[in-house]
Ligand binder design. Structure first.
Ligand SMILES: *Cc1c(COP(=O)(O)O)cnc(C)c1O
Length: 377
């Protein structure tokens, strides 16, 4: 019996166990120790942000963003419907209304030309989501935001090591959120970070992450005791998470190269299949450098995705489909609303299929996926 090829496998690449052991032996397990400082320095340099804060997840970083921008009940936040739950949930948690805008047919990112129509007097922020590590059209989005006095929070969960016109994803909005979940490129199990690109937000961001206290200032010797200053929570992970992450970050270039080799192998192999009209390959605009986060196919209209998934499973390949558009989900219907027509979202979300891709994937497995797709799609 052939083994089945999963869509993802968390990949340990270097000194993870060594660093975890170091933390255990040190007896210093709480956060913001030496490994967390290394993580912050790496993100600040590689993601070009003045201030990075490690969090439990990208979801937590988005929740911090909503607190930091004083999002209150009734505020509207513009975002795509074609995204992961957290993009909307983090703002709905503060009582805000997610306003869903349709996506572009090429990148499946929010269609920047439709954003302005969705703006009302209650709009506070725009949350572009960089799907598959391919950037949204950030120049247009930033200029719309500036024109209307709105904040921009980049959901760059999938975007570590990717860029737009040479600028790292997550570094262009007022705030950016990245993820180190085990399904992302660089993994900590669960983990994420808030990128505080607007310097003025730095001091409050630090307090919100530390239960609303000025403990970080106390630890730097800037105040002689710390106390409750803000509404905040505990968004600060243990050193164990940071230690695992440092081992991954040290090999971030190797991880990206390994993913890119597989992505390119798929892309080349499916050129013919695309020319035959049997699938559409991902489109990466010239001004975007992607990070090979995801290889997906778009099936032709009318092709039954469940049948294709079944056929691929039969050939020992585990593809996945995602997302249920948020405007059609139970919570999305209760908390959010459509900000215009969402027909591209509805049509395309039913046609996407993600293929297996992780850095340690062997050539023979990549070839098996290629063959299965070529024969069965
Ligand atoms: C994975 C993901 C998230 C959530 O990341 P976590 O670190 O698991 O909280 C949010 N938004 C998008 C677009 C994602 O892909």
């Amino acid at each position: 019996m052939m083994h089945s090829i999963p869509f993802n496998r968390p990949f340990l690449i270097g000194r993870e166990l060594e660093y975890l052991n170091e933390v255990c032996v040190s007896g210093r397990l709480a956060g913001d120790g030496p490994f967390t400082r290394q993580v912050h320095a790496w993100i600040e340099s590689r993601c070009s942000t003045p201030r990075a804060l490690l969090t439990h997840s990208c979801t937590a970083a988005l929740e911090m963003a909503a607190l930091l921008l004083d999002i209150v009940p009734g505020d509207e936040v513009i975002m795509p419907s074609y995204t992961f739950v957290s993009t909307a949930a983090a703002f709905a948690l503060r009582g805000a209304v997610p306003v869903f805008v349709d996506i572009r047919a090429d990148t499946l990112n929010i269609d920047e030309t439709l954003i302005e129509e969705a703006i009302t007097s209650r709009t506070r922020a725009i949350v572009p989501v960089h799907y598959a590590g391919v950037s949204c059209e950030m120049d247009s989005i930033m200029s719309i935001a500036r024109r209307h006095g709105l904040r921009v929070i980049e959901d760059a969960a999938q975007g570590v090591m990717a860029s737009y016109r040479g600028r790292p994803l997550g570094s262009m909005g007022d705030l950016g959120a990245i993820s180190f979940h085990e399904t992302k490129n660089i993994v900590a199990g669960e983990g994420g970070a808030l990128l505080v690109n607007d310097d003025a937000l730095g001091p409050r961001a630090e307090m919100i992450r530390e239960k609303g206290t000025d403990r970080s200032r106390f630890l730097r010797g800037e105040v002689d005791r710390y106390t409750w200053q803000e509404v905040g929570s505990s968004y600060l992970p243990s050193e164990l998470v940071a230690a695992l992450l440092v081992a991954q970050l040290e090999r971030a270039d190797a991880i990206t190269q390994a993913r890119m080799a597989i992505w390119n192998a798929y892309h080349e192999a499916f050129e013919r299949t695309e020319a035959d009209g049997r699938l559409r390959r991902p489109i990466v605009p010239d001004n975007c450098q992607h990070n090979a986060h995801m290889y997906y196919l778009i099936l032709p209209p009318g092709r039954n995705r469940e049948a294709v998934v079944g056929a691929l499973r039969g050939a020992g390949v585990q593809p996945v489909s995602h997302y249920v558009p948020l405007h059609s989900s139970p919570a999305g219907m209760r908390h959010g609303r459509a900000g215009g027509d969402l027909s591209r979202t509805e049509i395309l979300a039913q046609r996407v299929l993600r293929l297996p891709l992780w850095p340690g994937m062997q050539d023979h497995d990549v070839n098996r996926v290629i063959e299965a797709v070529t024969v069965r799609v």
